[in-house]
Design a binder for this molecule. Structure first.
Ligand code: ATP
Length: 447
């Protein structure tokens, strides 16, 4: 549905069902800050786990790291952020709203068409003070990207992991940018999470690896169910590129507000390591034993946003359908991303169903994230699970007490099968992982 999905519907679903709440809401909220609720954190963790699995677990030469948010201020001088991590800020002379010049169309204020001031550079890094004194000497920054944590640890990783090149260092963590115009829900916020990997390669092999990672990262989204027609790659024009970068592709998604960046994949050359060598005086070059030569590696960097990906997965999964004359809202999330994998729904609140329902719940929750719901009609409970993207519902009825069988209902096809409780976990596992042909008929209508 994406492209036609109204962002308001996503925001409202997220609030209503406990995915995402405005931060500090009882005090009127804090601009562009959001809190992830019980379902939101599951979805978010699943996005991060899927990235980690693809980028670390399934790779042969990528290791993880978790570096501190506050780093030595000289890191940000060396990386160029203190001087150069700026956006052009303009202010409306009439209504005094401030805008990022490169994100507005036309010459006037987007709000009132008033005249704009000439642009000044605005540094996006959050500054604070470390320790009990507020003076220049104790200034530290909240990191605006996780990447520098990997560069400054390159030598530590090489020495401790005894790895050859290519070598990737991956990190997921919070970053902070004092964005001039945050907005579009969790698309652009001032506090957000990134999933970044620095892939260190031998100079001369960088273009090949760049192509490899561009393809790999595009495919990651489609493997997780995102529709190809809502994704595209955009090559940066020469004048858009950072001065040190050799090339950069953005993976863009068709969000409700139009095509926007999901992730950037850049060939950063040897800029970062060279800068840190110059400014720290440490030797961060790599001795390649096979070639018997020493060089400063080139770096390919896929850099994605956790929150942005999550928003794209939600938008892409959102659908409104008509089933038997009634509207159903459904999130067709990939099962690996769904907050709950299975919901246990006793047919009614009748006490006779309770012991078996509890037993089934116990058996399933040991292996899967589950929900247990016995309030309201079964039809309404199915709808509630559809709306949060639960792939399977298991219903326990009076017949179950006799034959030890339960009904599994599949979210997308609405097909139902009846299976023995002994085989339930195994069947759900294979359906969720898609490891064998599905036990469900390909289409059906709800009973
Ligand atoms: P933009 O042009 O949208 O400001 P950028 O090119 O500055 O983004 P990068 O520095 O390449 O972004 O950051 C890598 C990724 O981190 C982005 O593709 C995005 O997914 C995420 N990201 C960056 N800034 C934000 C933000 N303010 N809020 C949420 N996610 C962000």
């Amino acid at each position: 549905m994406s492209g036609e999905v109204d962002m308001e519907k996503i925001v409202s679903l997220c609030k209503r069902r406990g995915f995402i709440f405005p931060s500090s809401e009882i005090y009127g909220g804090l601009a562009s800050c959001w809190d992830y609720g019980p379902l939101g954190i599951e979805l978010k963790r699943n996005v991060k786990n899927a990235w980690w699995k693809a980028m670390v677990q399934e790779q042969e030469n990528v290791v993880g790291i978790d570096t501190s948010i506050m780093m030595h201020p000289r890191v940000w001088e060396s990386s160029g952020h203190v001087d150069g991590f700026t956006d052009p800020l303009v202010e409306c002379k009439n209504c005094h709203l401030r805008w990022r010049l490169d994100k507005i169309e036309g010459k006037g204020c987007p709000e009132c068409d008033g005249e704009l001031t000439s642009p000044r550079t605005f540094n996006l890094m959050f500054k604070t003070f470390m320790g009990p004194v507020e003076e220049e000497a104790s200034v530290v920054y909240l990191r605006p990207e996780t990447a520098q944590g990997m560069f400054v640890n390159f030598a530590n990783i090489v020495a401790s992991c005894r790895k050859k090149l290519p070598l990737g260092i991956a990190q997921i963590g919070k970053s902070f940018r004092n964005e001039i115009t945050p907005g579009n829900f969790i698309f652009r916020t001032r506090e957000f999470e990134q999933m970044e990997m620095e892939y260190f390669v031998k100079p001369g092999t960088d273009e090949e690896w760049f192509d490899y990672w561009v393809k790999e990262r595009f495919d990651w989204y489609t493997r997780l169910g995102m529709r190809k027609e809502n994704l595209r790659l955009r090559l940066h024009e020469k004048d858009e590129l950072a001065h040190y970068a050799k090339a950069c592709y953005d993976v863009e998604y068709l969000f409700p507000m139009g095509w926007s960046e999901l992730e950037g994949i850049a060939n950063r050359g040897n800029y970062d390591l060279t800068q840190h060598i110059k400014c720290s005086g440490r030797d961060l070059s790599f001795y390649d034993a096979e070639a018997d030569e020493r060089y400063v590696p080139y770096v390919i960097e896929p850099s994605a946003g956790v929150d942005r990906s999550m928003l794209a997965f939600l938008v892409d999964a959102y659908d409104e359908e008509e089933v038997k004359g009634e509207k159903r809202v459904v999130l067709h999330l990939h099962p690996s991303l769904s907050p709950n994998k299975v919901a246990i729904l006793p047919l009614s609140k009748n006490e006779k169903l309770l012991p078996l329902s509890r037993q089934v719940h116990g058996q399933l929750k040991a292996e899967f994230m589950t929900a247990y719901d016995d309030a309201q009609s079964i039809g309404r409970r199915y709808r509630r699970q559809d709306e949060i993207g639960t792939p399977f519902c298991v219903t326990i009825d009076f017949q179950s007490l006799e034959d030890n069988q339960v009904t599994i209902r599949e979210r997308d096809s609405l097909a139902q099968i009846r299976v023995s409780i002994d085989t339930l976990n195994g069947i759900l596992k294979s359906e969720l992982e898609g490891i064998s042909p599905s036990a469900f008929p390909s289409s059906a209508s709800e009973q």
